[in-house]
Write a protein that binds this ligand. Structure first.
Ligand code: DAH
Length: 313
């Protein structure tokens, strides 16, 4: 018998002895009970000590440089999980996919043409500065918005128009801006772009899609409104806002992104005749969607690498 088993047997005997209390005259019972309790506490403490010793004796020293055995997960190994923003990105993509949109992914390094020229930014126009782009020594641009994919989406799916169909694409992905980070701004964040072209596309359809999207994402009806905006690639252009749902602790309006009717020059550059086809496009931040959903006060948590934060999801 190990020490622990002997101690546990002693505890059992002690419990049996307790029964004697009934046979004692009442004036002796108090004293008896106190003594029994003392003995019990002593045995319990000894068991705890013995268990601790046994446990540490069983621990094999860990060779951190040893290769992992194939197909044998270490019992103490914590498995990673998908980053909360990746989950949101997938959720956003799934909502649009269910509405019938094709999904494209943005490039991680893009160029001047897709970032600006193909989107009707005039050469050397100050609007280019508004995007705080990073540049590599070779003059590649990590995309500052998912709109870099508009031209590619239009070209890739143009054949659908010739076949009597329409272009319906969304582009969820990571974007970068050379900005100082604060509670609502990050240098690295996520957007989802939408592009739709048909013979009779209208702003009304665009707002319908946006409203439906937000309702599906938050699982409740909410109000959407727009205000005038300016983007070289849309005319007219607007910004869209949602009224923060009361259940999400909300009050007031939150700006969610930009949108508008695709500028005829953008369609033309992709080889689509703007006198026959019309399109609308929109782009909005995903971090912002998630911040509201999870009551997050600071967007920087997402890129902080703080495990205790990430494990909450
Ligand atoms: N790309 C814009 C931005 O990041 C947002 C945007 C505005 C996207 C209008 C669009 C659009 O597709 O039509 O600020």
């Amino acid at each position: 018998m190990s020490d622990i088993e002997t101690l546990k047997a002693a505890l059992k005997d002690l419990n049996a002895e307790y029964a004697k209390i009934k046979t004692l005259p009442p004036e002796q019972r108090g004293q008896f009970g106190r003594e029994m309790n003392k003995k019990k506490q002593k045995i319990l403490a000894e068991i705890a000590r013995a268990e601790e010793t046994a446990e540490s004796a069983n621990i094999e020293p860990l060779d951190v440089s040893a290769p992992t055995a194939p197909n044998q997960p270490l019992p103490s190994l914590k498995l990673g999980s998908r980053h909360p923003l990746m989950e949101e990105l997938n959720r956003v993509a799934a909502i649009y996919a269910n509405m019938g949109f094709d999904i494209m992914e943005p490039f991680q390094l893009d160029d001047e043409f897709h970032m600006f020229d193909s989107l009707n930014f005039p050469p050397n126009h100050p609007a280019r500065d508004g995007y705080d782009t990073f540049r590599t020594a070779e003059n590649f641009i990590p995309p500052a918005h998912t709109s870099t994919m508009q031209h590619r989406a239009l070209k890739k799916y143009k054949h659908r128009l010739d076949e009597g169909g329409e272009i319906a694409v969304v582009v969820p992905g990571r974007v970068f801006r050379n900005e100082d980070a604060d509670a609502t701004h990050e240098h690295t964040f996520y957007q989802c772009e939408g592009v739709f072209v048909s013979r009779d596309a209208t702003m009304g359809q665009l707002f319908g899609i946006l409203k439906r999207f937000f309702e599906l994402y938050y699982g409740q009806s909410l109000n959407l409104k727009t205000q005038p905006g300016y983007f070289p690639f849309t005319e007219p252009s607007a910004e869209f806002l949602i009224e923060k749902p009361a259940q999400l602790g909300g009050k007031g309006w939150l700006e969610m992104g930009g949108c508008g009717m695709i500028h005829p020059n953008v369609l033309k550059m992709a080889g689509i005749d703007p006198t026959v086809y019309h399109g609308f496009a929109w782009g909005g931040g995903i971090d912002r969607l998630a911040m509201l959903k999870y009551h997050l006060p600071d967007v920087r948590y997402f890129e902080s690498g703080k495990l205790d934060f990430l494990e909450e999801f």
